[in-house]
Ligand binder design. Sequence first.
Ligand code: UDX
Length: 433
Amino acid sequence: MRMVVLGLGYLGATHAACMAELGHEVLGIEVDPEKREQLAAGVVPFYEPGLPELLRKHIDSGRLTVSGSYRDAAEFADVFFIAVGTPQKKGEYGADLQYVDAAIDELIPLLTRDGLILGKSTVPVGTAQRLSDRAAELAKDVDVEIAWNPEFLREGYAVKDTLQPDRLVLGRFAGGRAESVSRDIYSSIIDSGTPFIITDPPTAELVKTSANAFLATKISFINAIAEVCDAAGADVKAIADAIGYDSRIGRKFLNAGIGFGGGCLPKDIRAFMARAGELGAAEALTFLREVDNVNMRRRTRMVELAREVCGGTLLGKRVAILGAAFKPESDDVRDSPALNVAGQIQLQGASVSVYDPKAMDNSRKLFPTLDYSSSALEACDQADAMLLLTEWQEFLSLDPAELGKRVRHKNLVDGRMCLNPTVWESAGWNYRV
Ligand code: UDX
């Protein structure tokens, strides 16, 4: 089938390449000329394992093409995916829908035949209805159907999550062709037994926000228990393991530490609260404010721990920060807890040296005043404390003896609770979580 993907950021580029992999002919629309050129040349402008191979394969095969023109989009197909960003509004909790609105406003007046628009971007409940009304005003002698088909992909596993998702969700208005077209688009995924949930648009929109709110709550739950463990002298990791064996609870997303960040969970729970407020249901989600609070306290606590191991002050101390991405297998530093902590420690007078296997360029752009090192060892040179803040595989195999020779003081704060305390303590390190 022929289809267009509007927006080739993280979500759109992955979706476009994966749709080509499913055998479709895909035109990706990207308005940023630099990104567009890179993608058209088969280069992925961010780090996502497996995506460069897939993109190159389908750029080379011709099944995936890239353009900056909405006119090209309107001519190419009559099925359009919206995959543009919905960031947090500046100074407010709500989602900024300007890119979604712009895509609709630009595309629809150009349509010369009936079109189906499938939204993938994460949006506040009610958006598909609002866009449908807007589409009806903008369409010239054509019918435009809007449905919502949220994505659930995780950075680092985006290709797998798109091609082998846990489930597909479609929210469509009655009487349209969204369901039959989606069944065609995803036929091989559906045939392999993937659950396909057909519902109405507000429910589909809420499935996505509810999923992210639940994941954020699970992480903050275990981090709240970590606070109690600190006070009581108990081991939160053992608690996570023990409660995780209960199949009703499950062990995933119970890793305590510095908390969640990234371009999705923090802004999605805030947008969810803001939308519930608009709908008069604010009280239902007041617990998410606490989820957010617990999460932000983890960052403050990490700074306090660094200050404590440095003898009560960070002034004039050297601190090594291992990890800058918001999680491993990603170069994304949006709302990264690691960089946030690095910035706070620097503000308290320490000199901070950051190393990350993939996120150095993005970190430099966001925090140009931090010092950056080209390896974990270099970052630790003469350090008074080393903070492990993103659990990259290469940090899990660090040698305590070798690092011990580089640092000034053997203080280790494990912000992801991912190292073996016994190994580090027996090499003479003060291991703290
Ligand atoms: C998330 C959702 O998982 C995905 O379904 C949705 O489509 C987009 O948002 P992503 O932002 O890629 O995906 O990251 P995720 O793997 O969910 O991790 C989010 C944050 O939580 C990271 O900072 C991670 O380090 C942290 N985290 C995760 C924890 O602190 N503890 C855990 O146990 C799990």
